[in-house]
Design a protein around this ligand. Sequence first.
Ligand SMILES: *Cc1c(COP(=O)(O)O)cnc(C)c1O
Length: 400
Amino acid sequence: MSERFTGSFTQQEPIPQAGIDAALAVMQSGRLHRYNTVGDEQGEAALLEQEFAALTGARYALAVASGGYAMGCALRAIGVRPGDKVLTNAFTLAPVPGAIASVGAVPVFVGVTEGLVIDLEDLRAKADQADVLMLSHMRGHLCDMDALMEICDTHGIKVIEDCAHTMGAQWRGTASGRFGIIGCYSTQTYKHANSGEGGFLITDDAEIAARAIMLSGSYMLYERHLAAPEPEVFERIKYDTPNVSGRMDNLRAAILRPQLADLPAQVARWNARYAVVEAGLRDTPGLTVIARDPRGVFVGSSIQFLLLDWSAEAVQEVIARCLTRGVELKWFGGAEPSGFTSRYDSWRYAPSSPMPDSDRVLRGIVDMRLPLTFAEEDCALIARIIRSEVSAVYQAQGRA
Ligand SMILES: *Cc1c(COP(=O)(O)O)cnc(C)c1O
């Protein structure tokens, strides 16, 4: 009898009791809208922003309706106009090119390496095509941020970081999201803090912060923010910054505040699970484990490996066989977008030229979620299942 896993890859942990209690208090007050405060009361959304700024070390923070909203808002706040080109990763997910398209701008895709980070050679080659890079730290793989910033600074490229998978991660001691001019985060259910939907934008630039707050729909109530620039900065931009509503509400903020306080402990729990799966997959013939750069602190909320130069049929067979044993793997090589997975050439509103080296990597990427509802024994079992099915298919191909 072969072993089978019976857990759910999409089941997250419950909201901490402190978050449930705080959410109930907000509901009892009836004051869910962030600007619906009494006297000098500080609303949950404003307090959340203050705490997120402290957590990341940013001067200013804004909580918004989603990670995708944060990215679109970031592009608007730095003045990206319809028709402008924006560099971004070929290996990312649909909200990233979607945010660029939402402001009428045009994505220019930059390739991916076998380490699953942005290809810095390709970035250098395309650096004169745009003056903004929307850098997606896809699946938590941080590139050499010092080298990336040097390329971007040399070419006058403004960097916006998509930290949907790196909330809690660092590069050489600096929080992800603090290298670029703006950092964007998601608090959607499958990310590192769960408010159903939600997101953040952080920056040290007073004018960008003021514009983002105005854009998010502050109805000139910006003085109620606790992680915002001085009112004078708003005076300068308030007449020429449109309202594109995408606020965070007090209910979601109440749910998030205790989760942010727990983030460092959660990161340790994710990484313990990741280490068990990684150890179980290491040295499987035909399978490449992704090396993590020791200069980074990552958050192991998912794991990827490569079946490099395998045929599509063989990869699909591994995925099908793992699924019959309860292990849900995603593949980035599929011709059609499915579930959460899609490829740069499936976003037909954003034409791209083929990138053969990146296509070879994408065809090999297998991806798996690691929710905190898995125990470490579950992770060991999952790794044994993947290892045995990859080995079986590899041997059947006559490659072992
Ligand atoms: C989830 C995600 C986002 C933001 O998504 P929302 O669902 O809009 O919060 C951005 N980038 C990546 C890579 C993501 O996975």
